[in-house]
Design a protein around this ligand. Structure first.
Ligand code: ADP
Ligand code: ASP
Ligand code: MG
Length: 414
């Protein structure tokens, strides 16, 4: 008898009909001879709605209360789903993250799972119950409920698979798996049959919302193979697994596996900073201290012992960054900080880049031919990212997708 963790995203449980549909799907899997743990997200846009509601109350909410609020979304889903499963005659119990034994570090809102004590879940599985766990939440050392960052239900699912040594990790969403780019933006995007943890990590980290980056990191660490698939079809989705396993199955390593984009970017430029040692350390040290995650950074060559530094942060960190930069500019006696909210990041990801030079040049050429200006560039072993004007983002994604031959590529199945 296999132990299966099935995770359903918000769009899969957004109304009563979908909750009943998901309940039937879970019961069918149980009746096929499996033990089932279900992880669910908040229904539909509930988390966004709660954030919006809080913003109408205060622009500076207490992190503890924010987590208390956000955790309610997933509790709606677990209780309604458990009611649906029970009404269909199956044994079921819902659990919040804390009830499921999931504990996290001291942070709020982007807490990290520290440990899972699976005793309660195991007891219920032994009683033949389906266990429905609220994703995205845990108990911190102060005894408070805390949340695991946006998309954190994926992390709950992967962490439960690791802790309970489950046999399968199935992440159900409103798309059939991981595509060469967002299928809502590029109609001829192709489903990828199998992708390595590292590529998935880069894709998720650069905007492919289908999996939370941290969940992929944890999956890689514990060797959890993820099957990303659709709630609304029985088709095989995408397997996220190790590079070795993909190589063993003799799958071809594509030069470029996917194109991603991220509109959630803001570019700050500090002009005329003194060109002396320690300036960058001070600026980025201070931003790190207040919890701002800086993504891309460029520093211009010095002219007259002065230079400019540009960097990007995510949109939700604008206010915090602006306030800290106001203080820093006074300290450095710098007058000018420019904030550009109309930028987007476009990235090309592929493990084949490791052994193939020229992908960056090809990317720049494609953008140049379409008249798209590149404002910033960053590279890793298997990813190249460019900051462009947000108005050029979709054009850039479509052109890169086409020019790297992704719409025509065939993928083998693992
Ligand atoms: P869930 O609510 O199930 O967690 P999400 O909204 O978090 O689902 O993620 C699914 C969405 O991710 C899809 O609807 C799709 O628009 C988006 N997406 C972005 N990039 C990709 C990609 N490369 N492959 C598949 N989906 C993608
Ligand atoms: N409900 C949370 C969010 O919207 C967690 C999740 O969906 O995974 O980010
Ligand atoms: Mg999600």
């Amino acid at each position: 008898m296999a132990l299966v963790v099935m995770k359903f995203g918000g769009s899969s449980v957004e109304d009563a009909d979908k909750i009943k549909f998901v309940a039937r799907k879970i019961i069918a899997k149980k009746k096929a001879g499996n033990k089932i743990i279900v992880v669910v997200s908040a229904p539909g846009d509930t988390t966004d709605d709660l954030l919006e509601m809080a913003d109408k109350i205060t622009s500076n909410p207490l992190a503890r209360e924010m987590d208390m609020l956000l955790a309610t979304g997933e509790i709606i889903s677990i209780s309604l789903l458990a009611m649906a499963i029970d009404s269909m005659g199956e044994k079921v119990i819902s659990m919040t993250g804390p009830q499921a034994g999931i504990t996290a570090d001291a942070g709020y809102m982007r807490a990290r799972i520290k440990k899972i004590n699976p005793k309660k879940i195991k007891d219920q599985l032994a009683k033949n119950s389906i266990v429905v766990v609220a994703g995205f939440q845990a108990l911190n050392p102060k005894g408070d409920i805390t949340t695991l960052g946006r998309g954190g239900s994926d992390l709950t699912a992967v962490a439960l698979v690791a802790a309970l040594e489950a046999d399968f990790c199935e992440i159900y969403s409103d798309v059939e798996g991981v595509y060469t780019t967002d299928p809502r933006v590029v109609k001829d995007a192709k489903k990828i049959d199998c992708i390595s943890y590292d590529e998935m990590l880069e894709m998720a980290g650069s905007g492919a919302q289908v999996l939370q980056p941290r969940s992929v990191e944890v999956a890689k660490k514990f060797g959890v193979e993820i099957h990303s698939r659709s709630t609304f079809s029985e088709n095989q989705g995408t397997i996220i697994t190790s590079e070795e396993k993909i190589r063993r199955k003799k799958m071809e390593s594509l030069l470029v596996s996917g194109i991603t984009f991220d509109k959630n970017q803001v570019k700050f430029t500090i002009i005329d900073l003194p060109d002396v040692p320690g300036v960058a350390a001070k600026i980025f040290g201070r931003l790190a201290k207040i919890g701002v995650n800086v993504d891309m950074i460029i520093q211009s060559a010095a002219v007259d012992k002065k230079n400019d530094i540009s960097f990007t942060v995510s949109k939700q960190d604008i206010k915090k960054t602006q306030m800290e930069l106001d203080k820093i500019t006074i300290e450095f006696k710098v007058a000018n900080v420019v904030c550009d909210e109309h930028v987007a990041k476009v990235s090309v990801v592929g493990i084949g880049m490791k052994s193939n030079v020229g992908v960056a040049a090809q990317m720049f050429e494609i953008l140049y031919k379409k008249g798209i200006n590149i404002e910033m560039i960053s590279t890793s072993e298997i990813k190249i990212s460019c900051i462009v004007d947000e108005l050029d983002m979709v054009k850039a994604v479509k052109e890169l997708h086409k020019s790297f031959g992704l719409s025509k590529k065939k993928y083998e199945t693992l």
